[in-house]
Design a protein around this ligand. Structure first.
Ligand SMILES: N[C@@H](CCC(=O)N[C@@H](CS)C(=O)NCC(=O)O)C(=O)O
Length: 210
């Protein structure tokens, strides 16, 4: 049994969606962001950086970092074909864009959501949040142009779709008005398709229905 540590609507969605898609047995332990439980001694013992998701593998190993978790789930369940064939050109593209989202988008989410960690509260943290939002929008626009349609990769569904759908859904970090203005139609269509997948649908509903 896999055990996911995380909260609804957080990066834990990506871990749960990948496990659900693979048909893996898992449990979900809620770590409340609202109550700041990611900073509790118990959770810091699991992930010293105080970030979710974390996953305990059936053999007991703890994994953190959403990208590491997604790749590990893909490795554990090769028959689920969560990645293109090994050493294929598409596999390289998959790594490229997974790394891009993990490295170029995810860190900006922390700045957008918690700007006062990086600048004095008030005008400076407000300005910083605005800059982080602009960077997320710019990076999402780059990802938007990579979407083959209907899925991210021409070869079909993969963990890229789960990851890209999640980032496109974080309205608070991106800004609702920008999302509604039609800048990323491919990504929003992809997210809709992800939300309608048989095994991911209920997971999406639990994390993002609001
Ligand atoms: N590099 C980490 C980033 C994870 C991350 O930022 N998670 C957010 C939730 S979506 C979090 O735990 N935020 C709580 C905090 O920063 O205090 C990963 O890819 O897993």
């Amino acid at each position: 049994m896999f055990l996911i540590f995380g909260d609804k609507g957080s990066g834990a969605f990506s871990a749960e969606a990948a496990l659900a898609e693979a048909g893996a047995p898992y449990d979900f332990r809620t770590i409340s962001l609202e109550k700041n439980e990611q900073r509790s001694p118990e959770f810091l013992a699991i992930n010293p950086s105080g970030k979710m998701p974390a996953v305990r593998l059936p053999e007991g190993q703890i994994l953190t970092e959403s990208l590491a978790i997604l790749l590990t789930v893909a490795d554990h369940f090769p028959n689920a074909r969560l990645l293109p064939p090994q050493a294929s050109p598409e596999r390289g593209s998959a790594y490229r864009w997974l790394a891009f989202m993990a490295a170029e988008i995810y860190p900006m989410v922390e700045i957008s959501d918690y700007p006062e960690r990086f600048a004095p509260k008030g005008d400076q943290s407000d300005a910083l949040r605005q800059k982080a939002r602009e960077r997320i929008r710019d990076r999402l626009s780059i990802v938007e142009r990579q979407v083959a349609g209907p899925w991210f990769l021409a070869g079909g569904f993969s963990i890229l779709d789960i990851y890209a759908a999640m980032f496109s859904r974080w309205r608070g970090s991106i800004g609702k008005d920008w999302l509604a203005a039609g800048h990323i139609p491919n990504l929003l269509a992809l997210a809709k398709s992800v939300s309608q997948r048989e095994r991911i649908g209920p997971v999406w509903e639990r994390h993002f229905a609001n």
